[in-house]
Design a protein around this ligand. Sequence first.
Ligand SMILES: [Zn+2]
Ligand SMILES: [Zn+2]
Length: 381
Amino acid sequence: MGSRRCVGWNKILPRGTTSLLRRGDVREKEVNQMMLAAVYHGPNDLRIEEIPLPEISSDEALLKVLSTGICGTDLRIWHGAHRKYSPGTIRTPGHEVVGDIVEIGSDVKGLDIGQRIFMAPNMGCGHCRQCISGNNNLCIDYEAPGITFDGSFAEYMLIPAAAIIHGNIIPISREIDPSIATLIEPFACVLRGQEAVHIQPGESVLVVGAGPIGIMHVLLAKLHGAGLVIVSEINPGRASQVKEFGADLVVNPANEDLTGIISERTDGLGVDVILLAAPAQEAFKAAVEYASIGGRINFFAGLPKDDPTIELNANLIHYKEIFVTGTTASSTQNCRQAAQILSSGRIDLSNLISARFPLSDAIQAFSVADSGEGLKVILEP
Ligand SMILES: [Zn+2]
Ligand SMILES: [Zn+2]
């Protein structure tokens, strides 16, 4: 292991740990340096425990986690339904992370101790067709914190060499609330989703689902100049919330005629853009009916993996020349752009955070996030 640049360790060390020993000319942390983490041990078995502080190599860095968001992916992991968490996996989840760099390997260039950063989670291999074209989220050999290695539901997180070399480390201003900055990740996914359907000023948009992602779609559609944003949501709490975020009309498809309302509000033309941001089979099926001639549809959400097949009227796609696409996750470029939009102040995501918990209450935080009652739940180690 190479030597490290590390400053102010006494300030950085978690409480209850001992200071560094000097052994020869190499500084080493004592083996008993521990940190708090929320560790997955199996389906619905998340444990708050003390685990060893990550040891970095000369080409890696150590992040002190300030804020980390719980997202739908983490809930899927918690319930044992994530494909990268095969039976027997013991791992710390968490991939929406903002923190300060507290230790840097001697071979690392371009990072500074004390720097506040957001880490774009998807690390591609760097040399396949998808990575070369900037779509590193589509790399089949991707790695991501909290997905394929220990993530951010901990006091400290290791930043691998690939993340540093491939540009995943995005410096952010200390003036932005770190918890809001964790939303760069989901917002980057939304940005990617809307890039695929290029909303034009004045166009009509239907967003299906009014969770945090659906709300971000509403905010961004408005920023793109959408003339009419209709939201379809069956949860009454979420339906009333989304109006405050700028939705022009909220429809509950369980007891209202969504097709009729769309027709009425668009002079019988249908909506120009449809963003499916909830795993609602019925809406996926009906989207080709809701769409205008030349309409664009994004299957933004995934459907349950045991029931992903739907029937579509192919003739509507054919005769109306409807464009149907899907997007998944976000590239590093999407994250950089999302960070830029957030720091420009053009979009305010602060009201999306409905609860903040210390790491020691992570299990309660997961339950709150899982209940679907609030919006975004954040852990602040
Ligand atoms: Zn996420
Ligand atoms: Zn790749």
